[in-house]
Design a protein around this ligand. Structure first.
Ligand code: ZN
Length: 195
């Protein structure tokens, strides 16, 4: 699974609605280990499966963002409920590097998920933890943080997003980026195996 790499906006897999995972095998554990490795390498605190071009309801979080510090948490098939309050803060995303924007979200939520051992767990979370969980759960639904910004706020980063779109199209033209058909075929193979 060492071939997994972070994909960047506007890669179509970032808009893919992920399917629940029905089976955890040794390869999926390797995928999770690789996701943590990539997350630390790119200095993030959370990474969703879509961001490594996988169609699975899975994300990892370590709020410390450092290997050997903080707690490594794996969320499989997460469900968010009971939102309370609202809070606004700046967010970024490893798939849109160096771009930041203000996003308003519920201050606290309840989350239910499974860990890599297949055990169900649930937490009431708030603060940065709640924000990270909501940001990553959005990824699994094909939602990116700019989608959650106000139109006025998003206008301020539109030039930067346009640069990402231009870069993506140019990589497509040179063939260094697979076409939609190849991407869909690969996603379907992973869905057949895990979902
Ligand atoms: Zn993100």
């Amino acid at each position: 699974m060492n071939e997994l790499e972070i994909i960047f906006y506007p890669h179509p897999t970032l808009r893919h609605v992920s399917k629940p995972i029905r089976k955890v095998d040794a390869d999926l554990k390797k995928i999770v280990a690789r996701m943590f490795e990539l997350m630390y390498e790119h200095k993030g605190i959370g990474l969703a499966a879509n961001q490594v071009d996988l169609p699975l309801q899975l994300f990892v979080i370590n709020l410390e963002g450092q290997k050997d510090e903080g707690e490594e948490l794996v969320f499989i098939n997460p469900v968010i409920s009971q939102p309370k309050g609202t809070t606004t803060a700046e967010e970024g995303c490893l798939s849109i590097p160096q771009v930041y924007g203000k996003v308003t979200r519920p201050e606290s939520v309840h989350v239910k998920a499974y860990n890599l051992q297949g055990e169900a767990f649930d937490h009431r979370v708030d603060g940065l933890f709640a924000r990270a969980i909501q940001h990553e759960t959005d990824h699994l639904q094909g939602v990116l943080f700019p989608d959650r910004m106000t139109d006025n706020e998003r206008n301020m980063i539109d030039g930067e997003l346009e640069d990402f779109r231009i870069d993506f199209e140019s990589r497509r033209r040179t063939g260094s980026q697979p076409d939609d058909e190849a991407i869909q075929k690969r996603l379907a193979e992973f869905e057949a195996r895990y979902c």
